[in-house]
Design a binder for this molecule. Structure first.
Ligand SMILES: [Zn+2]
Length: 319
């Protein structure tokens, strides 16, 4: 992406911000690319998503005030958004934020008294972060995979270049239609999209359904990813069965992606700290089973930057 001409070259600092469906990952960087502060906040989703950009404005202005800085000291703000964003910053339908169609660059820059803003899709921000200082460093062909509570997406790096597509919707992997018989609507408005089966909420709902009629140690516990993976490690039948069903969906979906992109690596921004190794192994098993022979050797690995990948990637748009 060629965005340099829009930035304030006299600035000394930059902000990298990534939004997923639940959190704001906020980072402040110096112009050498060092992260000097970062934190996470819940997204306040009132007034149909109208309050999200003002919330970001508040966080940025608080930092400026604390450090006695002016808007002219800022090179720019990079922001990752969970929905398709084109090169001009136009977002087209980010249902998990209740955003429809508007120019994020212009709107946020307006709120920030003219600080230049460059928006990108959140998973593409992840891919740029991993490319900069993470697991994607030095790789030419890889696909970054992001699983959220509600949304699922990917970003494709082909021959060293991040692919955007016409409306920035390249890699909208969560909306591969996989089930003709689904009655519930996906966030995109269609029915039977992959995301309806492989978001973390879908995984937890699957376990919820299964434990209704079967014995499981999970009946007495809060259904969190960590508890489910821990139970599966200990051999809980329902937990193992659900990991198998869920991992099969994902392994198969990666095999579909591989027939189109033929990557050397899939990089997962997956919460490994929650003991997700058991699930990764199932995903790898089904990937091997379903992938084309020329794609079978793709490595499925974890992103080094975890949940912060997109924050770094958004900053990379500026620095
Ligand atoms: Zn969909």
């Amino acid at each position: 992406m060629n965005c340099e001409k829009r930035l304030n070259k006299f600035g000394k600092y930059a902000f990298g911000i990534n939004l997923d469906d639940t959190y704001i990952y906020f980072g402040m960087f110096d112009k050498e690319g060092n992260c000097i502060k970062n934190f996470v906040r819940f997204i306040e989703k009132t007034h149909h998503g109208e309050d999200i950009l003002p919330q970001i404005k508040k966080l940025i202005f608080e930092e400026l005030e604390e450090r006695n800085l002016k808007t002219k000291d800022i090179i720019g703000v990079g922001i990752g958004v969970p929905g398709p964003v084109n090169e001009l910053g136009l977002v087209q339908n980010a249902p998990n934020l209740e955003w429809k169609y508007f120019n994020v660059n212009e709107k946020l820059s307006g709120l920030l008294d003219g600080i230049p803003v460059i928006a990108i899709n959140d998973v593409k921000a992840n891919a740029l972060g991993e490319m900069w200082i993470g697991s994607g460093k030095g790789l030419k062909n890889y696909v970054d995979i992001k699983i959220g509570n509600k949304g699922v997406g990917s970003a494709v790096v082909n021959n060293g270049e991040l692919l955007l597509g016409l409306n920035g919707a390249n890699g909208e992997f969560g909306h591969i239609p996989i089930n003709e018989n689904e009655n519930n609507k996906c966030s995109c408005g269609n029915k039977g999209c992959l995301e309806q089966y492989v978001s973390f909420d879908a995984f937890i709902n699957l376990v919820k359904e299964k434990i209704k009629n079967k014995e499981s140690s999970l009946k007495d516990q809060q259904l969190t990813l960590k508890n489910i993976f821990d139970a599966a490690e200990k051999g809980d039948e329902v937990a193992v069965e659900c990991c198998e069903i869920y991992g099969k969906y994902l392994g198969k979906a990666l095999a579909i992606m591989a027939t189109i992109n033929n990557p050397s690596h899939f990089i997962f921004n997956f919460p490994v700290q929650q003991n997700g190794e058991i699930l990764m192994n199932i995903i790898k098993k089904y990937y091997k089973k379903y992938s084309h022979s020329a794609s079978k050797d793709a490595n499925i690995i974890l992103g080094r930057l975890g949940d912060y990948a997109g924050m770094y990637g958004a900053a990379r748009l500026i620095i």
